[in-house]
Design a protein around this ligand. Sequence first.
Ligand code: SF4
Ligand code: SF4
Length: 366
Amino acid sequence: MSAALDRVALRDAVQREAQRLGFALVGVARAEASARRAELEQWIHDGKHGEMQWIADRVTEAADVRTLLRGARSVICVADRYHTGAADRVEVGRGRIARYARTKDYHDIIRDRLRRLGRFVREHAPSSETRLTGDIHPILEREQAARALLGAIGKHTLLIRPGLGSYFLLGEIITDADIAASDEAPPSDATHADSTDPCGQCTRCLDACPTKAITPWSVDATRCTAYLTIEHRSAIAPEFFGSTGDWWFGCDICQEVCPHTQATRASRRAGTNEQLAPRLDSIDLLEVLGWSEADRARLVVSSALKRATLPMMKRNALLALASMVRHDPALAPSVLARAAEIERDEQEDPMVRDAACQLRGCSAID
Ligand code: SF4
Ligand code: SF4
């Protein structure tokens, strides 16, 4: 067992170990109550969490990490960078996948290294306990990351690291070890960002969001394509058909337009985690409509795409096709004919038939 380190030395050692494990960013925040609890409660009260009931059920944990580990003092925050910001090549008839879901399932990639980092903390702070979060517990992880000086939150609510953008996957370890916070003592190197407003007068993400889901520093999930295509398990409201663009799973528009995310020579040089190399960036939408469970199963092996069921995948394909036929009339005859077939197919899932109906502009299934 290693000798116990003092608070600052422990922080520096944790930081070095996180970097050795391949995390692009690392910092430490004090384990404290969120400053945004009232805002979160209002957001839920307004129904902006949609069908994500687990958020409403776990506000107390989300708003105070100390409820997840008795005596918690510190939150170690890490981030993997998964994309350099290079633009996509858009292809007719193909639905795009959000960049974070193009890779091997990020949960496995982050969790394994977080476990190793937790072990490191316990070795260097004897008798300490650690608890992993990162999608396991619904904590306000962007707020924690900003407190740990990993970056600052933009109007689109995502963490921005000036010079590197916002394509980050976050993870945290809550611990009762007393570790110096990143804002407590001068950083020993250039790994920390300042936490001031990264947006200024910019409104690009608000203007570009196709469904007007963003108000500064808040996103109405029920209007966001990422929520609608990944978390929303039921039929999608008619108003979104034709307006969400070519996104099949998730949406990156607010990040694509952000000035901080534009690829520069320096940001390309900074690179990404190699384990998060993209495997599949888009999918043939008409093909998806003919898929069986076995086809879906082949696609989702070790992939975050498994969050969508087969009916959701078909519903999402029809949603993306609804936008495509608006902009590409040449595509309309084949798409509308296929949608009519689906709508008549009594063996098909009702949610998929409903989406086919919405695509064709009708109001209900017979
Ligand atoms: S992910 Fe897409 S739909 Fe959601 S807020 Fe960003 S731009 Fe809007
Ligand atoms: S697009 Fe502009 S307003 Fe939106 S997060 Fe980026 S800098 Fe902020």
